[in-house]
Design a protein around this ligand. Structure first.
Ligand code: COI
Length: 381
C-alpha cells in the first residue's frame, strides 16, 4: 500500500477515534468501577524494574455475549475464575496487544498510537473467528483504566506503563467451533527495559514461528507458544532469541524473537515486507519506517535472504541490525549465529540510524519532541 494511502487511512482512523473519545465518557460505556482499598504501588521497586514483575492496581473487563458487549467493569487487579472447558484453554482462541503509557515532563500521560492497537486487535480477532470490539470501547476502557492508575506511570528515564489488552474465548464448550462468548480485559505493568543488553540471535532453519496461510500476522497467543521450544533450544546455547526464517525454504529472514527485524546495509534501512502473511504488522516497525522516510533515509520493505545478510556482514555493507517491538522498543543485535558461525556486528556506538531513531521515538512518546506525526494520545487530566 502506498505511503500516501496509508497516511489517509491512518488520518481518518485517528480523527474518527479521537472525536469519539472526546464524546464518550465512563457513563456512555457505563463502566462499573470498584476501586481497591489496598494499592500495591509501595511494593514496587522502581530502582529494579524488570519487565512484567509488578501489576497495576486495577484491570478492565468486558463480556461479549448474545452478540453484544456488556458488563464493562474496572476492578482490583487479581485472579479471574474460569470454566475448565473454556474454549480459549482448549482451542486457542486467545489474542493480545502490547502498548505503553509514558509520563511527559509536565506530568501529562501520553499513549503511543493506541488506535493502531485497537485496529490490530480487531484484525487478529477476525483471523481467529473471534468477536471484534468497537474501537471507541477500546479507547474508553483504556483511558478510564489508565486514568484510575495514573500514579503507576513512572516518569523515570526508560520507564513506562506497559498495557496488556487481551481477549479470549470464555464460552464453556467442547465441540470445535468459534465460541460465542468472549472476555476482553486490560491490565498494566510498570516496566523498564525488556532487554538489558544487546541481543545475540541464532538463525533458525528448522523450526518456524509462522507458516504461509497461518496466523503469523495475528497477535495470537498460540504464535508465542509455538516459538517457546526453539527459543529455549537457542537460549541453552547462549542466544537471546531466534532469527526466524520462512517456513518453506528457511532462506529468507522474517522476524526476530518477538520483534520485527531491521538491517542497515549500504545506507539503506531494510526490513522484510508484510506481503507474506507470516509477519506481524508491528506498530513500532511502522513508526520506524515513517521516521526514516521523513528523514529521507532510503527504506526497502522486501525479502532479505540469509545469504544476502551473511555476505553483507562479511563485506562490511551491514552497519546496523536491530529488533523492534513495543516491549523491547529498539533492541540492538550484537551478533548473529548463521549456520553455526557467530558473526559479530559493528560496535553499537557506531550505529547512528538506530540510535537516532530510538532517541527520537522516545522523545515523541514522552512529549519531548514535537509530535509531527500526531501519534500520541494525551490522556485528559
Ligand atoms: C510486545 O512487544 O508488546 C510484545 O508483544 C512482546 C511481548 C510478547 C513481550
Amino acid at each position: 500500500m502506498g505511503v500516501l494511502l496509508k497516511k489517509i487511512i491512518f488520518e481518518n482512523c485517528r480523527t474518527k477515534i479521537e472525536s469519539i473519545c472526546l464524546m464518550t465518557t465512563t457513563d456512555s460505556l457505563n463502566i462499573q468501577i470498584e476501586k481497591t482499598s489496598h494499592s500495591s504501588i509501595h511494593k514496587v521497586d522502581f530502582d529494579q524494574l524488570p519487565f512484567g514483575k509488578y501489576f497495576g492496581d486495577h484491570m478492565f473487563s468486558a463480556l461479549f455475549r448474545n452478540e453484544a458487549w456488556s458488563d464493562f467493569r474496572i476492578l482490583p487487579f487479581g485472579p479471574i475464575s474460569m470454566h475448565p472447558s473454556m474454549a480459549a484453554l482448549h482451542y486457542g482462541q486467545s489474542i493480545f496487544e502490547g502498548m505503553k503509557a509514558y509520563r511527559a515532563d509536565n506530568g501529562d500521560i501520553l499513549l503511543f498510537r493506541p488506535w493502531e492497537n485497537a485496529r490490530r486487535l480487531n484484525r487478529s480477532a477476525e483471523r481467529l473467528c473471534m468477536a471484534t470490539i468497537p474501537e471507541e470501547y477500546f479507547m474508553d476502557a483504556l483511558s478510564t483504566l489508565i486514568d484510575i492508575d495514573r500514579e503507576w506511570v513512572s516518569g523515570r528515564e526508560g520507564h513506562s506503563l506497559y498495557i496488556r489488552p487481551f481477549m479470549f474465548a470464555s464460552e464453556a464448550i467442547l465441540g470445535v467451533r468459534p465460541a460465542q462468548e468472549y472476555t476482553f480485559m486490560i491490565f498494566t505493568s510498570p516496566v523498564g527495559n525488556y532487554y538489558n543488553s544487546p541481543v545475540k540471535l541464532m538463525l533458525e532453519t528448522h523450526y518456524s514461528r509462522a507458516t504461509k496461510g497461518g496466523t503469523g500476522t495475528a497477535k495470537a497467543a498460540g504464535n508465542y507458544a509455538a516459538a517457546l521450544y526453539p527459543a529455549k533450544l537457542g537460549q541453552l546455547k547462549g542466544y537471546s532469541q531466534q532469527l526466524w526464517t520462512d517456513s518453506s525454504t528457511h532462506q529468507f529472514i522474517e522476524e526476530s524473537g518477538t520483534m520485527n527485524i531491521f538491517f542497515v546495509m549500504n545506507g539503506k534501512l531494510i526490513t522484510p515486507s508484510l506481503e507474506s502473511d507470516t509477519i506481524l504488522s508491528g506498530i513500532t516497525r511502522d513508526s520506524i519506517i515513517q521516521v526514516a522516510r521523513h528523514w529521507r533515509v532510503p527504506v526497502e520493505e522486501r525479502a532479505i535472504s540469509v545469504d544476502e545478510l551473511d555476505d553483507a556482514i562479511q563485506s562490511g555493507a551491514l552497519t546496523d541490525m536491530f529488533g523492534a517491538g513495543t516491549a523491547a522498543t529498539i533492541a540492538h543485535v550484537e551478533l548473529v549465529n548463521i549456520r553455526g558461525v557467530d558473526r559479530v556486528l559493528p560496535d553499537i556506538k557506531t550505529r547512528q540510524l538506530s540510535n537516532d531513531i530510538a532517541r527520537f521515538l522516545s522523545d515523541i512518546r514522552t512529549g519531548k519532541a514535537d509530535d509531527i506525526f500526531e501519534w500520541t494520545y494525551r490522556l485528559p487530566r
